[in-house]
Design a binder for this molecule. Sequence first.
Ligand SMILES: Cc1cc2nc3c(=O)[nH]c(=O)nc-3n(C[C@H](O)[C@H](O)[C@H](O)COP(=O)(O)OP(=O)(O)OC[C@H]3O[C@@H](n4cnc5c(N)ncnc54)[C@H](O)[C@@H]3O)c2cc1C
Length: 295
Amino acid sequence: MATARFEQPASLSQVTDLLAAGGWSLLAGGTDVYPARVGRAMDGAWIDLTRVGGLRGVREDEHGWTFGATTTWTDVLRADLPPLFDALKQAAREVGGVQIQNTGTVAGNLCNASPAADGTPVWMALDAQVLLQSQAGERRMPVAEFVLANRRTARAPHELVTGLHVPRRSARARSVFLKLGGRRYLVISVTMVAVVIDVDTDVDGSGRVAQLAAAVGSCSARAQRLPALEARLRGQPLLALAGTAIDPSDLAPLSPIADVRASAAYRLDATATLLRRALRALACVSPSPPGRGQG
Ligand SMILES: Cc1cc2nc3c(=O)[nH]c(=O)nc-3n(C[C@H](O)[C@H](O)[C@H](O)COP(=O)(O)OP(=O)(O)OC[C@H]3O[C@@H](n4cnc5c(N)ncnc54)[C@H](O)[C@@H]3O)c2cc1C
């Protein structure tokens, strides 16, 4: 009979010591790990990260925001965050139902490396860095370099992810996440888009796109940024975003598959529609910063 071993360390150093010894797998909310083992007894050696001190919650400093690895999607929804993170909150609301959001973590979603992970395109559009820890110390890398392929990341077996760091933007930065599935709720994405913009204010008070990042999930083995679209829209008047046409060349980084959920052509068509809607939503917001200080 299969037997499993569980450890519930309270400190990061205990986790890195166990990982250095080899043979251990990591467990956070378990909402990806357990469904992958339905009908099978758990076996192997597991480190439960949910009791490790300092890994949960959102910290802000002058450089930006750090989301601890075991921060749940409900924690994201409840956090006091500026409009830059609207897309992250919109994605958090789409990850399963409330029970899943109460348990599933931001790092678990990323490390599972599903092409349909709702968080990944948002982190990519936010230019987030993945924080990795081992006995040897910390290293960090952009999300786009961390997720290598379907179910594959750049994490070494002796490392854990301790969090995601999002660099500070202006107080005018904001974002949108849109997801399409076969039904409205509790559904795996057919496609999803995340767009982040930062805005300059012209002398006449109108807005201009200072920075724009767009990422698409569920349309390739891993989420992809759209550099051609981003370059074309940078410097444009904010209001012009509302009429943006999506050119097929904008979607060149995508390589969608056809499966039970949608054909490849439908995925591309739906992605263009979601991008147009996201850009229209971002065009319609005031270029003035909201009332709270953000640096
Ligand atoms: C009913 C249901 C509906 C769902 N709906 C959605 C959905 O709509 N959208 C969506 O994106 N996902 C969905 N999911 C998947 C899942 O809930 C999310 O991906 C969740 O965020 C996973 O987090 P977790 O903490 O439960 O991960 P776990 O299951 O604990 O771990 C997932 C993987 O990440 C690794 N891992 C976890 N933490 C770390 C760490 N700190 N460092 C390194 N590796 C780590 C684990 O070893 C494992 O390989 C759904 C799941 C269920 C069961």
